[in-house]
Ligand binder design. Sequence first.
Ligand code: 3PG
Length: 306
Amino acid sequence: MKVLVATEKPFAKVAIDGIKEVIEQAGFELALLEKYTEKAQLLSAVADADALIIRSDKVDEAVLKAAKNLKIVVRAGAGYDNVDLDAATQAGVCVMNTPGQNANAVAELALGLLVYGVRNLYNGTSGSELKGKKLGIHAYGNVGRNVARIAKGFGMDIYAYDAYCPKEVIEKDGVKACSSVEELYSTCQFISLHIPATPETTKSIGKRLVGSMPKGAFLLNTARKEVINEEELIALMEEREDIKYLTDIMPAANDTFAAKFAGRYFATPKKMGAQTAEANINAGIAAAKQIVAFIKDGVEKFRVNK
Ligand code: 3PG
């Protein structure tokens, strides 16, 4: 039974060691394809794989076709918009994620971006503090909850909106639950995005919502670039010079943002929210264990396709 770890953005070595241990203890074999640059490398590496561990790596019809023995793909992480779920179902392949395993890492980075932003990108000028300011958490899942927990330490006034999470769950954490997404944006100077990329959320964050934010608005994105309507955000930031955009996912229009909005725009060169040894260990080992449990006992917990 061959388990392939295919990661364009590799795990920390200590995570690979942990994954190897889990896989080999089960009597399986581990293969590694790290830092690959061409899709052809992935297509050839999956040819004899029974199971696949990936991160943001794209698993589409071509990959599934090339992987003749494949039974399971585990996305070591939360968002699985990089996997063609229908094609996987058609190919009889189970797809899972590892929810929550890298949430703290992403949340810490979100707060780090926020501090960087309010301190004027550490340019030596006088910035502002977070204490007492309104933070809006858009989607209260694993990352959103960790953001709330950490932001409490900063003494922020925390709000959240989640279409799928009951108000009581949010309020139990001492967070104010907004009744609508409009209320969240019009109330909070700081918004942290934690929505997945789906057909419904694609380009959903633009002029209407960000334009309703109070003066000195900060939009933080540690979720997905696809959820932003980039054209609208650029036009809005031209109109409103108070708006800042800090993102861990480089926009398609990065060059335009960087050229037009120096000092109020920042993007990491590569998504690094989950790029910590701890998150790699948690998500990577969870993925390996899920594969072993699936192959040996048919356990389908965390399956995300039909
Ligand atoms: C996730 O969905 O788990 C995060 O966006 C992390 O993605 P990554 O594994 O590509 O860093």
